[in-house]
Design a protein around this ligand. Sequence first.
Ligand SMILES: Nc1ncnc2c1ncn2[C@@H]1O[C@H](COP(=O)(O)OP(=O)(O)O)[C@@H](O)[C@H]1O
Ligand SMILES: [Mg+2]
Length: 418
Amino acid sequence: MSFQLRRIALLLGNEYAWPASYEALIRRLGSHLVVDGRRFDFEIERLTIEPFDLRQPVRHQVIIDRLGYWHMTVREWLKKATLLNDSHTVNNPFTFQAMEKHSAYCVMIRLGFQIPETWLIPQREWDPEDARAQFTTQTYHKLFDLEKVVDAVGGYPVFMKPYDGGGWRGVSHVTDKAELEKAYNESGKQTMHIQQGVTDYEIFCRCLGCGPQVLPMRYDPGQPLHNRYRIEHNFLSAERAEYLLKLTRIINAFFGWEYNSCESLLRGKDIFPIDFANAVPDTSLISLHYYFPWAIKALVRWSLFCAVTDRRTRLDLQSKEYFAIADRDIPFAEKLDEYHRLAQDYFEAERFDEFCAQQLAPLDEAALEFFSSRDWDDVLVERCRRSFPPHEHEKFIAHYRGLISHWVKTESERLAHR
Ligand SMILES: Nc1ncnc2c1ncn2[C@@H]1O[C@H](COP(=O)(O)OP(=O)(O)O)[C@@H](O)[C@H]1O
Ligand SMILES: [Mg+2]
């Protein structure tokens, strides 16, 4: 038998429960797999940040990145790792820097999806010391009427939000002229979208995508952080679920976003995607609670698949192929299937399913055992201690124990009925 070592790197911020659970699950799988007569041993390493030589070889085949979105040293190291060392990064550091939420809207429009009416407006402020910027704005910026942009997207209410988004930073719900001016004045040097407000929606759906795996969750942004994801299983009709699954995979495959959460508002017959670019999708136990084990299992499956198949970050996009479908004179439903086929090819979905069935059958049981174990309880308790003030520890520890026990119960039933 041949032996292969596969190193998986984690680039982490202020995160505790997910890396601990991810590492524990891989250990429970024995930290190795035997695939087609080859033994793969997995080594998981949490990386530190330090000066690096551009020529220094990167030893990690797969890198799960939670930092590069805002930490430039890390972002540039990830680029070097893909360009020079053939590492596979989840996510693609290039497209998340260059493309963002705005580009996702543009691609959705091009492919024929419906998005809320959206305009981009020039930034409010420039550095007064910057003579070049002053010259350009005075010479070439055309004065515009902000309220006309609001009219163009259908009138109040609108959302004013940064074109690149993230973590609800700088997002304003604007209902009249005074709020509009205030929001624009406060936006400072950021480049903003003005977007039609989708009010009275029935469902806010967050689809968490990890490779070709997608979990739709019902979301309530009005609730406090620990209560936003609702435990509700059949909140989408089969038709809507299929549409959202496909849309999520298509956008994620188009940009190479392999771990991403995609937000849509559903009103009547309409499905409005509002935010499909989240480089560091929510993976916190505190917010995901019942869905947390799903996310960890999905990450284990996808990262091990990438490791044993020597997946490489794709540097070239397949936009031409998607646009060729968009430009054809066929009904949208057919286009959707064609785009989806490209997306499933990108994710090697069939090979992935086969890999999960043949190699990861023990994962379900391993996860069930882990999330019922003392080890897990220690993680849960520590996470709650770090997240809440001391007088709330007891309450929240009981709360999360209850939610995860509920997951253990429903998961045991699911496994029993397979
Ligand atoms: N067009 C819209 N209609 C209704 N609500 C919106 C709209 N755009 C944003 N929101 C609300 O604002 C929140 C933040 O906006 P989003 O685009 O997701 O920004 P971020 O990238 O910061 O998460 C959303 O979760 C939603 O509650
Ligand atoms: Mg969002």
